[in-house]
Design a protein around this ligand. Structure first.
Ligand SMILES: [Zn+2]
Length: 141
């Protein structure tokens, strides 16, 4: 995968999920874990995704994962919530930190559907344990 492929994938996933693209996409060999910077900085009103060819999972899966964070952030009505409500909103936003709750996993399932056409094609077994467990629960219902 090249940077151009990565940008195209981000664009495609955002378009399919009807959200604006992140403010920045950084393609770097340092992004082994991948990273999503929440849109809490004035310079990054729509957040930033860092991804790269050395992804712990495949670069493609890493991008699906980080775009899922972006979509959660864009869809969250967090600006209308109090801090306490935000903290309690299903574990999504805890003062700008990213976590991997049920809402995140459901979004990742949606993206896997968009991209692979088959959610089981996503490498769930390589995901964080919590994500893999929740996905398993949703997908085997
Ligand atoms: Zn994550």
């Amino acid at each position: 995968m090249t940077k151009t492929d990565a940008l195209q994938l981000v664009r495609y996933l955002c378009w399919r999920s009807k959200v604006d693209e992140p403010s920045e996409v950084t393609w770097t060999t340092r992004a082994v874990r991948g990273c999503y910077t929440m849109p809490i900085h004035r310079k990054l009103p729509r957040g930033r995704i860092a991804c790269g060819p050395r992804a712990w999972i495949s670069p493609e899966a890493q991008i699906l994962h980080e775009v899922a964070h972006h979509i959660c952030a864009m869809r969250s009505p967090k600006r209308q919530l109090t801090r306490r409500e935000r903290r309690e909103s299903r574990g999504l936003h805890v003062y700008g930190k990213v976590v991997h709750g049920p809402w995140f996993t459901e979004t990742l399932i949606e993206l896997a559907e968009h991209w692979h056409g088959d959610v089981t094609a996503y490498p769930w077994k390589d995901e964080y344990a919590g994500v893999a467990k929740w996905a398993d629960r949703v997908l085997t219902q």
